[in-house]
Design a protein around this ligand. Structure first.
Ligand code: ADP
Ligand code: MG
Length: 250
């Protein structure tokens, strides 16, 4: 279980996230939604230790993540961040292979099992034919799928993702989220699409101006009033067979 307690992060006197608490139980699929600039990425970076919070704590199964080394954390949590701007020209298989490092000793090279896991992970995201391609030559959506394969190759129980589907077409968004859902992993992901959030998330947290505006089941939280206030869009919501449909009006 991931437990975030009262996280606050300030940069140059500007509070980007304020007193945020959240929980992700084992096996849960939890979404973070909210308009651009609401603090989703900042919150996730404070959780996966790219940024250091001013105050607050993050626990994984009762152990402080802040006290863990990056390697220890990577053995437990795979991260798919928004920044995938590597300038080094790795092949696709080399990028996915990096997901195996946290489990290996220093300088230990990939064995047959690692190679099989890399191939299997690429297959899961429909990218196996890109095995030898240069990562830099891929489109945004292809890169995103390779980074998801890298996270799968890490074989952790938990995955944290920052808008993992923002470069993907609708079919690939659907496949990627279904894959994560079916994996049975504990998932914490920022998502910008409210329909996908309601379809896949067990619970969502809505961020607004660096604070938790609301949280709960998608149907409790994704409401006309919230969409109007946070996104300044008039929406109609329909429910059919327990599924939420959103129509954005002028
Ligand atoms: P989201 O992921 O929800 O779009 P972010 O967490 O990326 O939002 O950003 C939240 C807010 O913090 C934005 O207004 C952004 O411009 C601001 N911000 C992020 N990093 C910094 C920084 N280093 N200095 C000043 N402002 C920042
Ligand atoms: Mg972001």
């Amino acid at each position: 279980m991931l437990s975030v307690k009262n996280l606050t992060y300030t940069v140059r006197y500007k509070t980007l996230i304020q007193n945020i608490s959240l929980e992700v139980k084992d096996g849960e699929f939890v979404g973070i939604i909210g308009p651009n600039g609401s603090g989703k990425s900042t919150l996730l970076k404070n959780i996966y230790k790219i940024l250091k919070p001013d105050s607050g704590e993050v626990f994984l199964d009762g152990k402080s993540l802040l006290q863990m080394s990056n390697r220890q954390m990577a053995q437990k949590i795979a991260v798919v961040s928004q920044e995938n701007n590597t300038n080094f020209d790795f092949t696709v298989s080399e990028v996915v292979q990096m997901g195996r490092y946290p489990k290996k000793k220093l300088m230990e090279s990939a064995n047959e099992e690692d190679q099989a896991i890399v191939r299997e992970s690429l297959k899961m995201v429909d990218m196996e034919e890109f095995f030898d391609r240069s990562f830099l030559s891929l489109s945004g959506g292809e890169k995103q799928r390779v980074l998801i394969a890298r996270a799968l190759a890490q074989q952790t129980d938990m995955v944290i993702l920052d808008e993992p589907t923002n470069h993907l077409d609708i079919g690939s968004q659907m496949k990627t989220l279904q894959l994560l859902k079916k994996s049975g992993k504990t998932v914490l992901t920022a998502l910008h699409d409210l329909t996908f959030a309601s379809k896949f998330c067990d619970r969502v947290y809505v961020l607004y101006q660096g604070k938790v505006y609301a949280h709960g089941n998608p149907e409790e939280v994704i409401k006309k009033e919230m969409i109007k206030k946070l996104y300044d869009v008039n929406a109609e919501l329909f429910e059919r067979n327990g599924k939420l449909y959103i129509d954005y009006l002028e």
